[in-house]
Design a protein around this ligand. Structure first.
Ligand code: RB5
Length: 147
């Protein structure tokens, strides 16, 4: 599984920490930016870059980080094919994938620490959508909205 990461200045350090941590575990990691720390940068630019890379197939999942996770999440959910949520607990991070086919995890670097973030990312990337009728039916209702 290839994971693309993105963050504005609010999430820059946490993105770096998570990329290094996953790389050491031999995960395929991609960086959608910002590649430099810029205190004036804007979260939509990086949330959009990561989500576009996901939709293009450059990655299978995305983790996008800003100060709260909220701005990145609001941005991501405007893009067709993206199902993003802020998850600051591990249950939501895996259930969101299993039941809702969440493909983008949004984190707030000003809310959670790096160790909890690692647990949440592990839950997210370790989960798979459960192909049960009820979950497929609900997902199709969401997909209808995108037409
Ligand atoms: C940037 O200072 C901050 O507003 C942004 O990272 C994020 O928290 C928005 O949701």
């Amino acid at each position: 599984m290839k994971i693309t990461f993105a963050a504005d200045h609010g999430g820059f350090e946490l993105k770096k920490t998570l990329i290094e941590w996953l790389t050491k575990q031999n995960f395929e990691v991609h960086d959608s930016g910002n590649l430099i720390y810029d205190p004036q940068d804007d979260y939509p630019d990086y949330a959009i870059a990561a989500c576009k890379n996901l939709v293009k197939g450059i990655a299978d999942r995305a983790v996008i980080i800003c100060g709260s996770g909220v701005g990145a999440c609001v941005t991501a959910n405007k893009i067709k094919g993206i199902r993003a949520s802020v998850c600051h607990d591990s249950y939501s991070a895996h259930q969101g994938v299993e039941h809702d086919a969440m493909n983008v995890l949004c984190l707030g670097a000003r809310i959670i620490g790096s160790e909890l973030a690692k647990e949440i990312v592990s839950a997210f990337i370790g989960a798979a959508f459960i192909e049960e009728d009820r979950f497929i039916r609900r997902l199709n209702k969401i997909k209808e909205l995108e037409k």
